[in-house]
Design a protein around this ligand. Structure first.
Ligand code: ADP
Ligand code: ZN
Ligand code: ZN
Length: 803
């Protein structure tokens, strides 16, 4: 008799622990820790993860596991441990931690069904239902709903004749394709070929093919290659010469693409110096965190590639995290180009099926390198030799829903377990990381120069207030306009960058100042030109665009803000000859659109690439000689203590897009606050001065890296209720922490209402509070245990967004 500990797929306070189940004798050999199983839970059957197998349980009367869902564990031992670590450190339910480590395709879906209760006979049911249950023992709830059967079903369920069950549905099928294989030897096929009558010429062509090729070939490919129809193949199958067979194939997002192979480049002295300590750490199997600090174009990626080479040669594996990788096909090219089929790619642009297949390549040890976005940090490798996080300062490495983890922390935890180095790469490291490198917690490796000593582009900051004073009301300064024109004449390319965050197009009345807000959330609605609609980005509320002001009936109600569409319109007016490619959420929604637009720009099909932050990354084309930032300060005024840092990082990053090759580059930054240090220092690309300046601010205001943060957000439909609950929670936190901790709040969140729920928060700043996690857990325990109160409490340890 063996017992399995199982985490069940019910995210709630009461079920956030292991439940014991008996393993039926016939599954004893099969079921292993890390497997998904189906277990009875209350009246239902649900999915769970086996975390442990043990000889006995302290509980009596255990129920049995129904069946395993996997043939092999989907989580290895290290990942099972990591799940517990995630649970502890991000204060999430265990089930969320385990699910986060797997591709979405492996998350269970449940189908609601109705079946006869045990011992009930069909003829005990009303006639109307007998028909429905005649052929099936369980009928689908959704179908019953459609057929209007639900009320009767409910009545009979109340009578005990029927019961509702939940059936776990595997969401994803492996992809199967039809292949054709020869059933005879080449010689026999040749004889068969000769024996066929003359007029069976199509069949002869097929047999001739298999005389020459003995490997299975995909049916569709065979048909198109030989220009024959499926019936020809059928005929040969019937004669016993060939066979058709379903074979599993991977959905390969990079199918039909060739990657030209690249060889390691001879390293520069700087690169060599930076690489030695990393190789040393790999060689000695000693965990260490390196901060590889170097401007864009200083050769960081080449170092990644060559250290990975070393790791592969030692028989180990590598994870490379890249922000929003779908957006940088060039990055994928570099890894596939160097390591070919040894690379799996995981990012949000893939379909669930494609992701699942890439993940299985890792699980089956068919690849040694994974390049991916945040969640690729959970790649099920078992012998990691290095973890690399490129652009480590990127906010997308933090997950904003449960489990609220930062990929950097997970990377370090995994690397400790695997005794391997972590390399954090950036031109503008997160303040926290640079501070750690200064203190020696991380090892700082610098690449001070761009490759071939190419100069950084010249950056000019334009004061837009001056433009206005000079009578220029356009969103383009005179200088930017002039340079754009010049580029078109010279047949060079420009990139225009619009910092969209916190600055979307809204509708305002010019007479009375009325702004159209979402009725459910306290933020302005965003104007969408294509659909002529107003939309709330938080709750999805949609509304028509008014032609008159609802407040004062004025006709002067217009949309404001410089959305990409508006910039495109204006470009069309002032530079009608310019060919423009626009890249934003609207034009890149379709799969592959991003890559296609970039390709077109690369091929010179446009003069100007206009876009939001998504174009700031990875863009590396030789013909770009001008970068314009339309409004540098839209992000500077967000209620976020990191807004200066983010502005600096973004401006530095976009500036790096110009002049990466032979042609020299120019950068124009337009701003209303040229005197702000993040604008000014980004202009001269001086990270070190920015770092010192910003550290002073952080110290003065008790922010990271001097203090850690934890954010408790409380929401409820009733305002009074939120306020009083937040007060209680804040008081409780204060009572439990030392007087070195700062507890702010209750305060209304920067977005005080979302979807008709009022939001208040309490911000904790602390240095060392051993009791904090326990305290926060106690708060969650209390509020999660009482879902009827309607209060939602969420806790973010090390929050990135304070909204
Ligand atoms: P980063 O990742 O810091 O932006 P990259 O590794 O992309 O820098 O290097 C910038 C450019 O210089 C790339 O085109 C790359 O191929 C080239 N490069 C990198 N290292 C070398 C080297 N050792 N010799 C010649 N060219 C190099
Ligand atoms: Zn008005
Ligand atoms: Zn809304």
């Amino acid at each position: 008799m063996k017992v399995a500990s199982v985490i069940v797929d019910v995210p709630s306070k009461q079920t956030d622990r292991e439940f014991d189940y008996l393993i039926p004798a016939h599954w004893l050999e099969t079921i292993k820790p890390g497997m998904r199983v189906i277990v009875p839970f209350g009246p239902r059957n649900i999915q769970g993860f086996v975390t442990e197998i043990k000889a006995e349980s302290e509980f009596k009367k255990l129920r049995e596991i129904n069946e395993p869902m996997d043939l092999e564990p989907v989580l290895n031992e290290e990942l099972l441990d990591l799940g517990n670590w995630l649970t502890e450190n991000t204060l999430c339910f265990k089930i969320y931690a385990f699910q986060a480590m797997l591709p979405a395709a492996l998350k269970a879906k449940y189908e609601k069904k109705v079946m006869l209760s045990e011992g009930v006979h069909l003829n005990q049911l009303p006639v109307q239902l007998q028909e429905a249950f005649k052929h099936e023992e369980a009928i689908n709830w959704d179908e019953a709903l459609k057929n209007g059967l639900v009320p009767i079903l409910q009545r009979e369920a109340a009578n005990g004749l029927l019961e509702v069950i939940y059936v776990v549905k595997e969401k994803l099928k492996k992809k199967q394709l039809k292949y054709v294989i020869p059933k005879l030897s080449s010689g026999e096929l040749e004889a068969a070929h000769d024996s066929l009558p003359q007029k069976a010429d199509k069949q002869k062509v097929v047999l001739k093919y298999f005389v020459e090729h003995s490997d299975p070939v995909e049916l569709r490919q065979l048909l198109s290659q030989l220009n024959i129809s499926a019936s020809t193949v059928k005929a040969l199958v019937q004669k016993g010469f060939l066979a058709e067979q379903d074979m599993e194939v991977y959905r390969d997002p990079y199918e039909n693409r060739t990657f030209s192979r690249t060889e390691p480049l001879p390293l520069t002295e700087d690169q060599q110096r930076a690489m030695v300590p990393i190789l040393d750490s790999i060689e000695k199997k000693l965990h260490e965190v390196f901060l590889l600090y170097g401007v864009t174009g200083s050769g960081k990626t080449e170092i990644y590639l060559q250290t990975i080479q070393d790791v592969i040669e030692k028989g180990r594996e590598a994870i490379v995290l890249v922000p929003e990788i779908a957006l940088t096909p060039q990055m994928v090219n570099r890894f596939k180009g160097r390591f070919g089929n040894l690379v799996a790619v995981l990012h949000s642009g893939l379909s669930a099926g494609e992701k699942y297949d890439e993940w299985r390549k890792i699980q089956r040890k068919e690849v040694r390198v994974v390049v991916g976005a945040r969640s690729a940090i959970f790649a099920p490798f078992e012998n990691l030799g290095i973890i690399i996080i490129d652009e480590e300062h990127e906010t997308s490495y933090k997950q904003e829903e449960m489990p609220r983890y930062h990929a950097r922390d997970v990377a370090i935890e995994r690397a400790k377990k695997n005794n391997c180095p972590v390399v954090l790469g950036s031109a503008t490291p997160a303040l926290e990381s640079f501070a750690r490198a200064q203190k020696g917690v991380y090892t700082l490796l610098s690449l001070p120069n761009r490759m071939n000593k190419r100069a950084l582009p010249a950056v000019e900051i334009i004061d837009m207030r001056e433009e206005l004073r000079a009578g220029n009301r356009s969103m383009f300064s005179r200088k930017l306009f002039e340079l754009l024109k010049e580029r078109i004449d010279r047949k060079e390319q420009s990139v225009l960058f619009l910092n969209k965050r916190g600055h979307s197009s809204f509708v305002m009345c010019r007479d009375c100042g009325y702004v159209m807000n979402c009725p459910n959330c306290d933020i302005s609605l965003t104007y969408h030109k294509v659909k002529e609609q107003m939309k709330c980005h938080y709750c999805g509320y949609e509304s028509y665009v008014p032609s008159q002001c609802p407040e004062c009936s004025s006709d002067y109600i217009r949309y404001f803000g410089t959305g990409t569409q508006k910039v495109e319109d204006e470009l069309g007016k002032i530079l009608p000859e310019a060919r423009v490619i626009r890249m934003d959420v609207d034009t890149t929604g379709q799969k592959g659109a991003h890559e296609r637009l970039l390709k077109e720009f690369h091929e010179g099909k446009a003069d100007i690439l206009l876009g939001t932050q998504m174009i700031a990354k990875g863009l590396d084309f030789p013909n770009i000689t001008l970068v314009g930032v339309l409004s540098a300060d839209t992000m500077l005024h967000l209620p976020d203590f990191r807004s200066s840092e983010k502005t600096f990082q973004l401006l530095t990053q976009v500036s790096g897009r110009a002049g990466r090759h032979e042609l020299p580059g120019e950068v124009i930054i337009q701003t209303y606050t040229p005197e702000h240090y993040s604008v000014e220092l980004a202009g001269i690309q001086d990270y070190d001065r920015f770092y010192h300046r910003e550290m002073l601010m952080r110290k003065a205001h008790h922010y990271p890296p001097f203090y850690y943060l934890a954010l408790i957000t409380i929401s409820h439909e009733n305002l009074m209720n939120v306020v009083s609950s937040t007060e209680k929670i804040a008081a409780f936190v204060r009572s439990r922490l030392s007087n070195h901790a700062v507890v702010l709040g209750p305060a209304a969140s920067p977005i005080p209402r979302i979807n008709n729920r009022y939001r208040y928060h309490c911000l904790i700043k602390y240095k060392r509070e051993p009791e904090l996690n326990k305290t926060l857990k106690a708060i969650l325990d209390q509020y999660q245990a009482d879902p009827k109160s309607g209060l939602l409490v969420s806790i973010d340890v090390n929050p990135f967004i304070l909204m």
